[in-house]
Write a protein that binds this ligand. Structure first.
Ligand code: NI
Length: 169
């Protein structure tokens, strides 16, 4: 946080199935898994393209989260399907060691493509919907602390959640 590349609006990917796009995705997957992230967006590694990835399966940083299938999502479009907002704790690999309580839409549809240009169209809710909104925000230059309504609900992970144990951040 503080790096101006995180505040840019990302450009759409114009060509799929290219070596450059596959290498970008490989770099992003390596970074996300090494840091136990639930997701990652290209701007977080300095690339201003509309590419996000996410995956939640027994993640030590989010022990209570439901499973989210590994997904590469390019040029995403979101359609919010609920007026209801739900507060939930989020962290971000670009804001290491911290958590904040963030309101998100509870249900949405996302459309886009994988790295090979095959279409993706899903309707999701719960933590899956939260992760998608968090990652797509990165493509618009928005970091989750900007969405916290009450900054008293923002702090160090080890203070807020001492039972989660050591986290790799
Ligand atoms: Ni993030």
């Amino acid at each position: 946080m503080g790096d101006p590349r995180l505040l840019r609006v990302s450009r759409p990917v114009e060509r799929f199935s290219t070596p450059a796009l596959r290498e970008l995705v490989r770099d992003m997957v390596d970074t996300m898994r090494r840091l136990n992230g639930a997701g990652l967006a290209a701007p977080q590694i300095g690339v201003d393209l509309q590419v996000v990835i996410f995956e939640v399966a027994n993640n030590p940083r989010y022990p209570d989260a439901g499973k989210v299938p590994f997904t590469v999502l390019v040029n995403p479009e979101l359609t919010l399907l609920s007026d209801e907002l739900e507060e939930g704790w989020e962290g971000c690999l670009s804001v290491p060691g911290m958590r904040g309580l963030v309101p998100r839409c509870t249900r949405l549809r996302y459309q886009g493509f994988n790295a090979e240009g095959e279409p993706i169209d899903r309707t999701v809710d719960g933590f899956h919907a939260r992760v998608v909104q968090h990652e797509v925000d990165h493509l618009r230059g928005i970091l989750y602390p900007m969405r916290i309504r009450d900054l008293r609900n923002f702090g160090f992970t080890e203070v807020l959640f001492p039972d989660v144990g050591r986290v790799d951040e």
